[in-house]
Design a protein around this ligand. Structure first.
Ligand SMILES: Nc1ncnc2c1ncn2[C@@H]1O[C@H](COP(=O)(O)OP(=O)(O)OP(=O)(O)O)[C@@H](O)[C@H]1O
Ligand SMILES: [Mg+2]
Length: 318
């Protein structure tokens, strides 16, 4: 079965798409059949970065049912073993999809014949994005070193925590009610909200709660620090990992530091991945190191999550 690698970020413009493309090329070059899917619905632009014309059907066609087979959307790229599925540029207006369509897409994705499937997701913590992120237990969260990007990356991790917990209980059950009430009355001034919530669930729902908590504990998101400009940025990923552990009791891995590199903007203009344009640049070396780590480290299987058709009104996360 293919390894799915969703790529998300709390803040926009931090380099998700650049990371997704270059990492996909690196994996293909390491001998892995790789599929890159543009799931930034409403803002798909990966085809541009790959130099592929905007004329192929994509995920938008699955959503509006003009195509029923995900495999039929696969486009061969110029790079051996790398395939691409466009987003919804030909069919704008598909950004808001219901849970069951989302689930159908995710199921088709898991069945694609490949070694790696990379999902370039939209920025932010919307439930659409977070549900796509939860196709894997170990998706990547790209961030920059600046404080707003880090805060948004942390918010994303919080939403991942709460969304996983909610979806670890069956829909319409009393457990979900307790969790959503907890959001609504978020305990101000308490930093370790996750342990308070877990305790409440365990007291009320015993064995079921224990099982749901173990699902959350199997998550292992990975942080990528992009556009680093020096030693001060090097520690950012470590700090984020520590805060997630302390406040959310979430295990987060810091998988790599990618420096700011002028070859990247040149590659965007040339419509060719930077790793191919300047294979010896510091940027290319960092991406290769990350791809190597992705291959060598096993990814725990994502436990089953229940569906959710009634998204929580809002998550009070800050
Ligand atoms: N390591 C890097 N060095 C220099 N520039 C970079 C680097 N990574 C990304 N960029 C630049 O940052 C900009 C944003 O990158 P990208 O489009 O990949 O971000 P994104 O997170 O996908 O954005 P969005 O949220 O809009 O989808 C691009 O102009 C790209 O050239
Ligand atoms: Mg992008």
């Amino acid at each position: 079965m293919a390894i799915i690698l969703p790529i998300a970020s709390g803040k926009g413009g931090v380099g998700k798409s650049v990371f997704a493309i270059n990492c996909a090329v690196a994996l293909a070059k390491l001998g892995k059949t790789t599929v890159l899917i543009d799931l930034d619905l409403g803002a798909s632009n990966l085809h541009t970065l790959l130099g592929i014309k905007n004329r192929y059907p994509g995920i938008g066609n699955l959503i509006n049912r003009t195509e029923t087979c995900l495999e039929a959307l696969l486009i061969e790229t110029d790079i051996l073993r790398l395939f691409f599925i466009p987003g919804d540029t030909l069919l704008p207006g598909t950004a808001n999809i219901d849970f069951f369509t989302k689930q159908k897409i995710m199921k088709s994705i898991t069945n694609l014949p490949a070694d790696y499937i990379l999902l370039d997701l939209g920025a932010g913590s919307s439930y659409n994005t977070v549900d796509f992120f939860l196709t894997s237990s170990s998706g990547c969260i790209v961030t920059m070193g600046e404080s707003t990007a880090i805060l948004n990356a942390y918010s994303f991790l919080k939403t991942v925590f709460y969304r996983t917990l909610i979806r670890s209980f069956p829909p319409k059950g009393p457990e979900r009610q307790v969790i959503s009430n907890f959001f609504a009355q978020k305990m101000e001034g308490t930093s370790n909200t996750s342990s308070v919530l877990k305790k409440t669930l365990l007291e009320n729902f015993g064995e079921n709660a224990q099982q749901a908590i173990s699902v959350v504990e199997r998550l292992y998101p990975r942080i990528v620090l992009n556009m680093g400009t020096g030693p001060h940025d090097l520690g950012v990923g470590i700090k984020l990992r520590e805060i997630a552990k302390k406040n959310l009791e979430l295990n987060v891995e810091y998988i790599g530091y990618i420096p700011w590199d002028s070859s990247v903007s040149a590659s965007v203009t040339a419509r060719k991945p930077a790793i191919l344009l300047q294979p010896d640049s510091p940027f290319a070396q960092a991406i290769q190191a990350i791809a190597g780590r992705l291959i060598s480290e096993p990814i725990p299987t994502m436990p089953h999550l229940y569906p959710d058709n009634e998204d929580l009104k809002a998550v009070y996360l800050s």
